[in-house]
Design a protein. Structure first.
Length: 425
């Protein structure tokens, strides 16, 4: 029997996801029509004999409750949210809830960082784990030399796949093979976590310089994986399937495109059909490429959507509207003949007629092999806003006939004019 753990952090995490994470916890932000971590849940339920999914974080349980109920109903699998009393780090929560994880005696358990998006080969990773008789197996991918410094970097034995050396976010180059933040652990790993925890406790009681927080917090990467490298227990399985982090709002547009593309094979019923396929149905709007439209959204037949657009529940798209490479959240309305490009339109936001909402795509550099998304800071060295997608928070009013370019609008604003490269507070 197998289990899975999804690490979702808490309200203090996901700051680069603002303002989208102001009204919805980041792990529940919809990408390709599903809450971000529902894609993880779907990957887990495809693994045979996986009996339970535990979501670990320090969000108040009320924020996750509806999602958990929906998941249980939809996938008929045991899913529970376990709340950490404070941020316990990437391994502290697992150690704290070790009895819950080990109950029922699983053969192994997956651990998935909640802020990655990927075509996850979980079954393959588990078979690899078994074949190596490993304690820990990690999914690995290639990055550029420069970008590798932002991830966990590994030196792997080509013959045995053993991780010989692991450094978390090194300050100088170590390897272009990086950790995807997706693992399989055997339950014996808790013996190692237990000695890390006990050492920290004795340090805490013998030396007053340590804070209580440091004593209860445990980082998987630095405190468990780094010492395991070179011991014959830690293995890496490289993958060439799509993988990316989902840190900034800009990366949500990129993830949206890839998840929509994956629907072509795995869930074609989630993609809107183009009018060309069914000429008799002229109530259907014009669809280009991969587009997801929630069944309760209304789209005028003269609108054109796509490629790579998701439209949420109850959204209203008016006549002549053109939307491309964007996410329109639930209850938003885009009035007649407006244009939305490379943007995220927040919940219940209203865009007037003949307006233009446009951002700058921030995709990985296609000319660099293995390039990942750059997640640039909001401001550049001169204090100016880095060009990025346009993000409109929830319940904003954008009037008719304005242009909103490369801007971020905080929730509940009523705009009265056009804006370019601004944060509207
Ligand atoms: N439950 C819980 N989850 C946490 C905590 N702290 C972080 N997390 C969750 O753990 C995941 C990783 O957290 P980060 O600390 O933000 O690490 P990172 O910069 O994303 O780097 C990690 O992921 C990379 C791949 O995306 C890896 O390359 C790297 O080695 C590392 O594992 C995220 O999903 C985050 O929400 C915590 O205290 N408690």
């Amino acid at each position: 029997m197998l289990k899975a753990i999804i690490l979702i952090g808490g309200p203090l995490k996901g700051t680069r996801f603002r303002p989208l994470s102001l009204d919805i916890p980041k792990p529940l932000f919809p990408v390709a029509g599903l809450p971000m971590i529902q894609h993880h849940v779907e990957a887990c339920v495809r693994v045979p004999n996986l009996k339970e999914i535990l979501i670990l974080g320090y969000y108040p349980p009320s924020e996750l409750q509806q999602f958990i109920t929906d998941m249980i109903q939809e996938y008929k699998v045991n899913i529970r949210y376990l709340q950490e009393f404070t941020a316990l780090g990437t391994a502290g929560g697992m150690y704290h809830f070790r009895d819950q994880i080990c109950s029922g005696n699983p053969d192994a358990f997956f651990v998935l960082n909640g802020d990655v998006c990927a075509d996850l080969p979980l079954q393959e990773l588990f078979s690899f784990h078994q074949s190596k008789n490993a304690l820990v197996s990690v999914l690995a991918t290639e990055a550029t030399r420069q970008q590798s410094l932002l991830y966990g970097c590994m030196v792997r034995d080509e013959l045995t796949s053993e991780v010989k050396h692991y450094v978390e976010k090194p300050s100088t180059f170590v390897s272009t093979l990086i950790s995807c933040g997706v693992y399989v652990f055997s339950t014996e790993v808790f013996q190692i976590m237990s000695s890390v925890f006990n050492n920290k406790q004795s340090d805490y009681y013998s030396d007053n310089n340590h804070s209580t927080k440091e004593a209860s917090c445990m980082q998987l990467e630095q405190e468990v994986l780094m010492p395991l490298a070179g011991t014959g227990k830690f293995f890496a399985m490289p993958t060439t399937t799509w993988w990316s982090q989902l840190k900034s709002a800009g990366s949500a547009i990129y993830a949206n495109r890839h998840y929509l593309h994956l629907y072509q094979d795995k869930n074609p019923q989630r993609l809107a059909e183009s009018r060309a396929k069914d000429a008799s149905n002229d109530s259907r709007c014009n669809i280009i490429g991969d587009v997801h439209v929630h069944p309760t959204a209304s789209v005028h037949p003269s609108a054109t959507l796509g490629p790579n657009v998701s439209v949420g529940a109850g959204a209203e798209i008016g006549p002549g509207v053109r939307i491309k490479e964007s996410i329109i959240l639930s209850g938003a309305s885009i009035a007649d003949h407006s244009l939305v490009l490379h943007s995220i339109v927040g919940r219940a936001t209203q865009v007037g007629k003949w307006s233009r909402v446009e951002g700058t795509p921030c995709d990985p550099n296609p000319n660099k092999p293995f390039a990942k998304m750059d997640n640039p800071p909001l401001f550049n060295m001169d204090g100016r806003l880095n060009p990025s997608i346009t993000i409109i928070g929830c319940s904003v009013t954008v009037p008719s006939e304005v242009i909103l370019l490369n801007s971020i609008v905080l929730p509940y604003k009523e705009l009265t004019r056009s804006f370019k490269n601004e944060i509207i507070l």
